[in-house]
Design a protein around this ligand. Structure first.
Ligand code: ATP
Ligand code: LTN
Length: 337
């Protein structure tokens, strides 16, 4: 496999944190885009376990190792082909942490305090760790280490990718042309799926771990999916046109659209005269059409641990070869190493 990005094959990098089970927002916002675009790029898909350490009270070492395997198995289960993509675990390639330190030294604190994710995650906490503030610099290191062109993510990560570009620009200005500037790539549909229980907030793993009925998790069985979708917040009317619908109904329509890939006018025509109950049943149907085969493949990967570990070790070796070359350039530019 080629490890050199070329004009014809853009370098693609993305990752998900192994913090509890992934949900349908992670699927349509991130994983499905990766699968759809996997033949266009020279891709690295990472399980970003170092990002899962930012709240020390919540670190569960055994649970984390298991979650890393589970997320990797999900990557393969959604259709990421191991021989065409580099799938690896962030902590297996030490250069991520080394580059983070070097980038830290050129990052103005003000840039980090401005991040909306930092503001949201630090709000109301008695003590906030440095890792939570520094999180976007580790993410910038992930991306810049591989001369990444494209970063396929959901809408909530765009600000972090802009920060990555700003950091790369600042570094290049201070130490000479070293890093490429990456671009965020958003999905056509479903860049921001909202919570079923509260359509004003983004569907998120951390809320799903605490609140039943917030998310549709990728490993949920039909009973749980049905329960969550049927209880989803709507309103007392019957408005099923996307533009005029209330936030909860819009979210269900958005999930339906994201999973069927059909244009909204076609969906609206199909549901004309229907009530919210029918919309919810249709959503349960398309969710299960997606989840059933995915869960079957997930179990196969989880049952063959030796093979999963082998695939990840192989991925780390390929990623490390690229990372080592970038670090030589960065160290030379800064006069260390
Ligand atoms: P946490 O609550 O732990 O922060 P999360 O649910 O926000 O987790 P991440 O690991 O931060 O999930 O995100 C992984 C990928 O999924 C990112 O590309 C992110 O943009 C995307 N994503 C997360 N939530 C959604 C959502 N609700 N809709 C669309 N994409 C999403
Ligand atoms: N912060 C991202 C996860 C992440 C990531 C990355 C995504 C860490 N490093 C590099 C894209 C590229 C999130 O989804 N919470």
């Amino acid at each position: 496999m080629s490890t050199t990005p070329s004009a014809a094959r853009p370098r693609v990098f993305s990752g998900v944190q192994p913090t509890s089970t992934l949900h349908i927002g992670n699927y349509v916002g991130a994983l499905r885009q990766w699968v759809e675009q996997q033949h266009e790029g020279d891709n690295l898909f990472c399980v970003v376990d170092l990002h899962a350490l930012t709240v020390p009270e919540e670190i569960d070492p055994e649970g984390l190792r298991e979650a890393v395997r589970s997320v990797a198995a999900l990557y393969f289960a959604v259709g990421i082909e191991p021989d065409k993509n580099t799938v690896f675990v962030q902590s297996h390639v030490r250069e991520h942490t080394e580059l983070t330190w070097l980038l830290n030294c050129v990052t103005p604190l003000g840039w980090l305090y401005r991040m909306t994710q930092f503001k949201a995650k630090s709000e109301g906490r008695e003590s906030v760790g440095t890792g939570l503030l520094d999180y976007p610099v580790l993410m910038a290191a992930d991306i810049l280490l591989y001369d990444t062109d494209r970063v396929p993510v959901g809408d909530d990560q765009v600000q972090h990718i802009e920060l990555t570009r700003d950091l790369a620009t600042r570094f290049n200005h201070l130490f000479g042309e070293t890093f490429k500037l990456p671009k965020a790539v958003l999905p056509r549909f479903g860049a921001r799926i909202m919570g079923l229980d509260d359509p004003e907030v983004k569907m998120s793993k951390s809320i799903a771990a605490k609140v039943d009925g917030h998310a549709i998790n990728l490993l949920d069985d039909e009973k749980r999916v049905r329960k969550a979708v049927m209880a989803a917040v709507t309103d007392s009317g019957r408005e099923l046109r996307f533009e005029h619908a209330s936030p909860g109904v819009r979210n269900l329509l958005a999930i339906y659209q994201a999973l069927t890939g059909r244009p909204m006018p076609e969906i609206e025509a199909e549901l004309e005269g229907a009530g919210y109950g029918q919309l919810k049943k249709a959503v349960v149907g398309v969710v299960m059409d997606t989840l059933t085969p995915l869960q079957q493949r997930y179990r196969e990967f989880m049952d063959d641990r030796a093979e999963l570990d082998r695939l990840l070790a192989d991925g780390a070796e390929r990623a490390a070869a690229i990372a080592a070359r970038t670090m030589e350039r960065v160290r030379a530019a800064m006069g260390v190493g």
